[in-house]
Design a protein around this ligand. Structure first.
Ligand code: ASN
Length: 323
């Protein structure tokens, strides 16, 4: 999309979350419509015209995969209008790393797509939502935001969706990134209808291998393991992974550690070397929540294990052999 064509409105898609929440006797719940969110910014940013889409009103921790794909489709529908300058999505922060990443997986348009949210409800005296939304709307008009895929704006910080994770339950600086220059392999068709089931487990000392067997028995198409350290676990888990792969389940290994590359370094029966030999695919940078969204998208498109492996390989950096 040429910059000159996109001089029309920004589309603001609201989905709920704390940015839209009011405090009630039963806890904070999303209640505000996108128009209310806009008025709360008090015209703080020079944003140009804004067209609103009231897509849903949910706490992001309660989002379904169908909801997440609905957000991705709403972004695509907004960008189908060539005059639209860009898109802002308001979303709960709990699972923003997942939905923003899912949107980034299908993002081939140069126009900015910016997610934002808040840590404090809209009726809190220090509510951070209005300034976050104003910053997100301003980002749409920032030439430096073009062609970068989906961005996330919170607490005065702008980060790419790919590699993002939530780092604080309450601090306005809600997010950090495993690294901000990750390659962005993209997928071409946003699926409609039923999506593949992918389960995700964190591994720990004494973890029961039965967890993996249960996922296989319940017909999971894929499993993502947030293993310890650089992708390691107990040999009994490796044995279950091997069985799962034999049953046609695609297994991806990542780490429960927030920073650093996940690599097949360790052996000893339970290391990432052993998991790889058992047929698991190593995700070098994308951590479990984002690796799971990628695996859902790939398996819904009926990707073969080689294609899945190719995606995760392309999501990392080339290492010369022996390096
Ligand atoms: N700060 C937030 O937005 C948290 C909220 N539970 C949500 O994710 O919807």
């Amino acid at each position: 999309m040429a910059a000159s064509e996109a001089s029309g409105p920004t589309v603001l898609i609201s989905t709920g979350g704390t940015i839209a929440a009011r405090t009630t006797a039963d806890g904070a719940v999303p209640a505000l419509a996108p128009g209310d969110l806009l008025s709360a910014t008090g015209g703080e940013a020079p944003t140009g015209p804004v067209r609103t889409v009231d897509l849903m009103s949910v706490d992001s921790s309660a989002m379904t995969v169908a909801d997440q794909f609905a957000v991705v489709r709403a972004i695509a529908e907004a960008l189908a209008d060539p005059t639209v300058a860009g898109v802002v999505v308001t979303h709960g922060t709990d699972t923003m790393e997942e939905t923003a990443f899912l949107a980034d997986l299908y993002c081939t348009d140069d126009r900015p797509v910016v997610f934002t949210g808040a840590q404090l409800p809209a009726d809190h005296p220090d509510a951070d939502g209005p300034s976050n939304l104003a910053a997100a709307l301003a980002t749409v008009h920032d030439p430096a935001a073009r062609g970068r895929g989906v961005l996330v704006v919170a607490g005065g910080r702008t980060l790419p969706a790919r590699g993002l994770f939530k780092v604080s339950t309450v601090d306005p600086l809600a997010f950090d990134s495993v690294r901000t220059d990750l390659p962005r392999p993209v997928l071409d068709e946003i699926p409609v209808g039923r999506t593949a089931r992918v389960d995700m487990f964190a591994l720990y000392p004494g973890v029961s291998p039965g967890l993996i067997a249960a996922a296989v028995a319940q017909n999971a198409a894929g499993i993502v393991l947030a293993a310890t350290g650089s992708g390691n676990t107990h040999p009994d888990i490796v044995a279950e992974v091997s069985l799962a792969v034999t049953h046609g389940v695609t297994v991806v290994v990542t780490s429960r550690v927030p920073y650093g590359e996940v690599t097949a370094t360790y052996g000893g029966g339970g290391g990432a070397v052993d998991l790889s030999r058992a047929g698991a695919i190593v995700s070098p940078w994308l951590r479990a929540p984002q690796a799971r969204m990628a695996l859902i998208a790939l398996l819904t498109a009926r990707a073969e294990p080689e294609t899945v492996a190719g995606f995760f390989h392309a999501s990392g950096f080339f290492h010369a052999s022996g390096a």
